[in-house]
Design a protein around this ligand. Sequence first.
Ligand code: ADP
Ligand code: ADP
Length: 226
Amino acid sequence: MASLILQAVEKNYDGKTPVIAPLNLEVADGEFIVLVGPSGCGKSTLLRMVAGLESVSGGDIYIDGERVTEREPKDRSIAMVFQNYALYPHMSVYDNMAYGLKIRGFGKQHIQTLVERVAQMLELGDLLKRKPRELSGGQRQRVAMGRALVREPAVFLFDEPLSNLDAKLRTQMRLELQLLHRRLRTTSLYVTHDQVEAMTLAERVIVMNKGRVEQIGTPTEIYRRP
Ligand code: ADP
Ligand code: ADP
């Protein structure tokens, strides 16, 4: 069964101009989809609707077989990683990673187990007491990733997660993401402008234009030279 289904999902912010035209999409369980397209074509809006950070103007969203169209973000089995990390500056690395579990009522011991396991995996084990400002860009991005991972969501949403990093770190994090996906096989929807990221991470690439799906295919199909 597909773990993410968009059924005629549409969006306008002003009651008339459609930003997302009725759009259908089925993402298979464990699939990694990369969304590309010109600035303003609606990629972020689409992600935010799946996350529940933005309401839909029409249509329905199903995650893991459940209709979530009107649910609060915390009641959807999703985790989102942002371009600007969006870490809480006054909280330690540990508390940043634990926060999403706390608000969902997880017990202290369970939280500690989950956070420490993910921290180990992302090589953040020695940084748990630090504040975000005491970390490098790459370490911050790892914390943002870790905060999403501890939740063990059905779907990951990534909004240009690597675009603030320098070229070297971007390459390193891209490879780490690739390994992570091989290991976890969490259904993922990933927005980027970077063709290399799309080529290496995507199982299918969706090219959006003006709120519509213009092309959908494997990276080879999308990027092959005519
Ligand atoms: P992308 O992520 O592809 O750059 P966005 O989803 O951010 O595109 O934006 C799609 C369109 O929706 C753009 O025309 C943008 O100006 C508009 N838009 C985005 N967010 C809002 C908002 N909160 N209010 C009104 N219009 C918005
Ligand atoms: P509380 O203060 O809510 O009683 P704890 O006694 O579990 O919570 O932990 C106190 C603080 O220590 C937590 O808020 C957290 O910032 C930090 N902390 C807990 N476990 C760890 C850990 N394994 N590594 C680093 N910091 C931790």
